[in-house]
Structure formats: C-alpha cells, structure tokens
Design a protein around this ligand. Structure first.
Ligand code: PEP
Ligand code: MG
Length: 566
C-alpha cells in the first residue's frame, strides 16, 4: 500500500494510464532515399491531421469549441503550401531526414514570427513550435497519451498534473489520479476536487512503481493507494465506494435551504470557479454566488491572450447566470504553479515569491487594462466585484483603483455602461497584507482570505513541496492568528470578510471561522452542501468557547487535538 497526500476525496478503482512527457532528440542523419523520406513526411502529415481532428473533437465536448478551433488551426498552418514546399525542398537539396527537415523549417518559421513587432503574430511562434513537437514525435514514433480520450475507469498516473493538463480531462472517464508531487492546495488538487475525481498526491516515484493497464484502488480521503490489489481488497474498496456515494446523496437534504447556524446567524455560501462552464455545477450544487473566479484559467489551454471581448463575454456569462447574486472576479493571478507559456514569463528560482499576480499586472498595464475594461463592462450585467490577488502593499490597491478610474473615464467617453460603484476588494493571502489589514480595510471594499497562500507565506513553506508539507497546515496557531487578525480588522471597518482558500470548506475549522466572525465561505461547488450542513450544526456560543480554547494552543498538534474533541 502506498501513502500520499489526500488530494481529492472519494474512492477510485480502475486501470492505470501513465502520463509522461517524453524527451524528443532529433538524430542528425543523412539519407540516400529522399523519395522514402518524402513518403514518410506525407504519412506523418496525415497522422497529424487525423490526431488533431480527433483531439479537437474531444476538446469541443469538454473545454468548448473556441479552444478546439485553435487546435484545428494547427492543421491549416501545417498544410500551408509554402511550409510543405520548404520541407520538401530541404529534404531534396540536403539529403536530410524528414524529421530533421520538419524540425528545421518549423523552427525557422517560429523564429520569423517571433521577430514580428505585432504581439498577436508573435504568438504564432508558439503554435509552430507546438506543431513541430507533435510532428517530430509522430516521425520518431513517440506516442503521447491523449488525456482527453482515456478509456472509462482510467486511473491517471503522472509526475505532476499541471492545470492545463487537468483542463483536458474528461471526468466521466477518469476514476482517480495519482501523482508524485503536489499538495492539497496545488491547483491540480483543486481542479480534481472540482471535477469530483478522487486523487492521492505526492507518492514518491509512483510513475516507476506502476505499469500501464495495471489495476489500482485508491482512497482520496485517506491518501492511500494500492497497486494490483487482491480480490478481497477490491471488494473492500467497492464497499467503501458505495458508502461514499450514499453519504454524498444524503447531503442533498441541504439543497435549497438557506445557510444559517443553529442559532440563526445567516452566512453567505458561494463558490470558487475557473471557467464560465463551472457555473452549471454552482447552480446544480446550490451555491449562492461566486466568491472566487480564478480568471487565469481563461488564459490557459490556448495559444494567445483572450481579447477584451472574449473576456467580457466570459465575465458577463457568469454575472448573468448568477442573476444578481455576488460574483467576485479575481484579476489575473499567474505565476507560482500557474504558468501560461505564451506569456513567456522568465523562469525564476522562487516563483511563488516572484514576479506574479498583481506584481506582474502592474508592470504590464496594457494587458491588465484589457482585463479591467472587460470586468467593468461585465459589471453592467450583474453583481460583479473585482478582487486583487497577492496584495502586499496598500500602494498596489491604490494603483489598481487609479487604473479603474481612468478606464471608467474611457468608458464614459465611449458611452459604455458599467457599475460606477463596483466594489474593489483585496485577497488577503500574504503576511504583509495580514499585518497591514487595518490599513487595507480602510481602502478595500471587502476582504477574501486566501488560506492556500496565506498558510504558505505565514509558514514560509512552498505549498507543493512534499518535504515540508508537515509545516503546511492551516491548523498551525500562527496561521489561525493571522486569519483572526484579518477578520477582526475587516469587521472593525465594517467591510465583508470572506474566505476563498480551501480552509473555508474544512469542516473542523468552520466553527472557529464562525466564531471569528467570517461573513462568507467560498468553496468548490462540490463542497457547498457539506459546508452548509456543518454551519447548520454549529451554534455561535459553542463556537466561541471552542475558539477561546483553541486560540490558547501554541502548537499545531494541540490545535488538532482540540478540534478532534469537537
Ligand atoms: C488562496 O491562495 O487561498 C487562493 C484561493 O488562491 P489560489 O489557490 O488560486 O492561489
Ligand atoms: Mg492564492
């Protein structure tokens, strides 16, 4: 039995598909039979077209037509007569292999696009490099797993599952996920939970320990997995699966009810989303709005920046679907574990502490203004609020406000409607923001506590590093004090304080958060009913007593013990 981090609850039983990026080395070879190379080239192009079309069809169902069409565009780019002519001419004139010729011509084309001053055209370079990689893999016979087309009951096994890989998954076919790295709050874990796929993370060398097609059972609640289990173990897991599904069904009685404590305190219970299509689940699960729209996911799985119009349509779709309920849209939070290749961010030694989120946006205001304009325009269609991520200084909030004001003038001049009083809030997720919470509360319309990062920055721990995972705990008294300080500072200024980090759905922490005075819980759609049930079973007086005794604890283990008693 292997033990890892419980990344996403549920029981998975299925067959392994290993997802591995294979290295491509182009052999430097000359050929005598150029006709044979030309034939190979034609065959590879046919395979490329067929595979790309199949991938696009799969993507159309899971991610949407727009993203699928980007892939289809690759077929046209490869079949451009001038590209094919150049590759053919190079094979005939220099007697190099089809693989080398494809590699050279597509690389040169990518470099040409890179030199064009127009940003949109520059992004074609990424497309040509992508086509080059896939074509050379076909010519070398390197098979990649197509995640979007895995058979039913697949257990995906990968070193890490990047957010963009996760976006390609068809949840109906994936019974579970095992990875070698990643913690509970890594984005792959968050997405796995959103898709209700059980996941066990950080099992050392798991890619080497399993073979494709092997049977695996896993428990995403305890973080356990077993490879080639005995018949008895499979039966045991089938039982566990049944029980898990029954418990889930029982939560349905909390659907359609208000979110209120035993003693009548009403709370807001909203959801975290990554794309407009996630709204369907928010409505299905009875979420009361959106507490965190992670907009960076709109920028992923594509080859170029979404335009203002595309962003506007996405934000408007969510705002309208929520029919006046709050929709907090967080501005672009790239960096850390969220990379967007076409943005060409420089590699950094310490990306979680580096040039990310609001820091990046305030240096790249052209890009940021596009997003803010789209957000302002969408504010005419619902209860949209803007949230600024990774704030460490009051100046950052002020700078965003100045940009928003300038854009409002622009929109006024153009006669475009928007909400003139759009609330601009701060994501409280750094120690600096916590220490400056009193000052920030005077200038922010609301706070939302991002415990995923706040825990990491308070404890000086990388949230995806398995070696120091023992320190990454929201139960640590330092983190609990930070949370309490932020809520108190917000309450003192009379602003709403919410929480959109994963801790908001932690049933053990909810009584403490209620005692601290948290107003809003933003959780994944799949956690709405469980969170409502926990809140319904809580009484503020009892929560206060618990909080008094927990806040006296000075070690994490004392806190864990106290919370166990509840
Ligand atoms: C957080 O940091 O708690 C948060 C919700 O944001 P993200 O997980 O996207 O960094
Ligand atoms: Mg964060």
């Amino acid at each position: 039995m292997y033990k890892g981090i419980a990344g996403s609850e549920g029981i998975g039983i299925g067959k392994v598909v290993i997802v591995k990026e294979q290295e491509v080395v182009i052999p430097n070879e000359r050929v005598d039979d150029t006709d044979a190379e030309l034939k190979k080239l034609q065959e590879a192009i046919n395979v490329f077209v067929a595979k790309t079309e199949a991938m696009a069809e799969g993507m159309e169902k899971t991610v949407g037509k727009k993203d699928a069409d980007i892939l289809r565009g690759h077929i046209q780019m490869l079949q451009d007569p001038s590209i094919e002519e150049q590759i053919t001419a190079l094979i005939l004139s220099t007697n190099i292999s089809a693989t080398m010729a494809v590699d050279q011509v597509l690389e040169q084309t990518a470099q040409l696009f890179e030199q064009i001053p127009d940003e949109l055209l520059q992004q074609r370079a990424t497309d040509f490099r992508d086509i080059k990689l896939r074509m050379t893999k076909i010519l070398l016979g390197i098979e990649d797993v197509d995640i979007s087309n895995c058979p039913k009951n697949t257990i995906l096994v990968a070193s890490d599952l990047t957010p963009s890989m996760t976006a390609l998954i068809n949840p109906e076919n994936i019974a579970g996920i095992l990875t070698e790295v990643g913690g509970r709050t890594s984005h792959s874990a968050i997405l796995a939970r959103a898709m209700e796929i059980p996941a066990v993370l950080s099992i050392e060398n798991i890619c080497e320990l399993v073979k494709d097609g092997e049977l695996v059972v896993l428990d995403g609640t305890t973080g356990e997995a077993e490879v080639s289990p005995s018949e008895d173990t499979v039966k045991e897991y089938e039982e566990k699966y049944k029980k898990f599904m029954e418990e889930k069904a029982m939560l349905k009685e909390f659907a359609g009810k208000p979110t209120v404590t035993k003693d009548g305190v009403k709370l807001e219970l909203v959801c975290n989303i990554g794309k407009p299509k996630d709204i369907k689940k928010v409505i299905e699960c009875d979420g009361e709005g959106v507490g965190l729209f992670r907009t960076e996911f709109l920028f992923m799985d594509r080859d170029e920046m979404p335009t203002e119009q595309e962003q506007f349509e996405a934000y408007k779709e969510v705002a309208q679907a929520m029919k006046g309920k709050p929709v907090i849209i967080r501005t672009l939070d790239i960096g850390g574990d969220k990379d967007i290749p076409y943005m060409k961010m420089e590699p950094e030694d310490n990306p979680f502490m580096g040039f990310r989120a609001i820091r990046y946006c305030l240096e790249n205001t052209d890009l940021y203004k596009v997003q803010l304009r789209a957000l302002l325009r969408a504010s005419a269609f619902g209860n949209v609020k803007i949230m600024v991520p990774l704030v460490t200084c009051v100046d950052e909030l002020r700078q965003v406000k100045v940009l928003v004001k300038d854009l409002m003038k622009e929109l006024d001049a153009e006669g475009i409607e928007y909400n003139k009083n759009i609330p601009i809030g701060v994501m409280m997720e750094t120690s600096a923001a916590c220490l400056m919470a009193d000052a920030l509360a005077k200038e922010a319309a609301f706070f939302s506590i991002g415990t995923n990062d706040l825990t990491g920055y308070t404890m000086a721990v990388d949230r995806g590093n398995a070696k120091v995972a023992y320190l990454y705990s929201t139960y640590n008294p330092a983190v609990l004090r930070a949370i309490k300080m932020i809520i108190e500072a917000g309450k003192k200024e009379g602003i709403m304080v919410g929480m959109c980090g994963e801790a908001a759905a932690d049933t053990k922490l909810i009584p403490l958060l209620l005692s601290f005075g948290l107003d809003e819980f933003s959780v994944s759609a799949t956690s709405v009913l469980k969170t409502r049930k926990t809140i319904a079973g809580s009484d503020i007086n009892e929560c206060d007593k618990l909080a008094d005794s927990v806040m006296e604890c000075v070690t994490e283990s004392e806190v864990v013990e106290k919370l166990k008693e509840v």
